[in-house]
Ligand binder design. Structure first.
Ligand code: 5GP
Length: 236
């Protein structure tokens, strides 16, 4: 019997530009865990090289708002004038099939998931410094400078909420950060509250086996006893 059958929901969160995507890619390259990425939906325009269904599902504001009304998101947030959300349908299904589902989302969304999925793991990915974050956003060259400023302003507020997470991982190098997250996933799998119910079943099965063996032993002793010559005065 396999212990710990249900997958974990791993929420990677933190400010825009901190390198969540790069850390996630490095994490997915490590072997030994069945990780799947939950592709989000957004109303922001695709950047050069982004493909619908791979980085995001790109939709219009109307489409997004329709889905909000239909309760089709596990969480969603408005971030610097665009909507971003996690489609609900696949997440539970993949967790039930034993996969580790990774969300890569901003802070408001992560806090909504915290309310709904009590056993998810929340990792805040932090920049080494704010200056570092600003440089990264600017050098990425994907947004005009006003948007970079707005994202940095948002990051200052988000960083103050890091204490609400289970873990804080500083993205000093991608390898370090990914290694730490993998260590967290492994440790979380071994947590008593996660393994105890399957482990109890294992103990129950062992006990049943033990009592069956005792019964067999008793039966064979009884047969041997009763097979003793008939001048033996009693039978059991
Ligand atoms: P970007 O426009 O740079 O791709 O993403 C902006 C921010 O939105 C990033 O911090 C990213 O992690 C976050 N984000 C991406 N997908 C989701 C989502 O489904 N929900 C929420 N709440 N945030 C998301």
């Amino acid at each position: 019997m396999k212990l710990d059958d249900r997958g974990l929901l791993i929420v990677l969160s933190g400010p825009s530009g901190v390198g969540k995507g790069t850390v996630r890619s490095a994490l997915f390259e490590m072997t030994g865990h069945d990780l799947v990425y939950s592709v989000s939906m957004t109303t922001r325009a695709p950047r050069i090289g982004e493909k619908n269904g791979r980085e995001y599902f790109f939709v219009t504001r109307n489409e997004f708002e329709e889905r909000i009304k239909e309760n089709k998101f596990l969480e969603y947030a408005e971030f610097v004038n665009n909507y971003y959300g996690t489609p609900l349908d696949k997440v539970e299904e993949q967790l039930d099939s034993g996969k580790e589902v990774v969300l890569e989302i901003e802070v408001q969304g992560a806090l909504q998931v915290r309310e709904k999925m009590k056993d998810a793991i929340f990792v805040f990915i932090a920049p080494p410094t704010m200056q570092d974050l600003y440089e990264r956003l600017k050098n990425r060259g994907t947004e005009p400078i006003e948007v970079v400023e707005a994202r940095c302003e948002k990051a200052r507020r988000e960083i103050k909420l890091a204490y609400l997470y289970d873990y804080i991982v500083v993205n000093d190098t991608v390898e370090n950060a990914a290694d730490k997250i993998m260590a967290i996933i492994r440790a979380e799998h071994a947590k008593t509250e996660r393994t105890i119910s399957s482990y109890s079943k294992l103990i129950e099965e062992e006990e049943k086996k033990y009592w069956k063996e005792i019964q067999c032993y008793y039966e064979s002793s009884r047969k041997r006893w009763n097979a003793l010559p008939c001048y033996w005065p009693i039978s059991i």
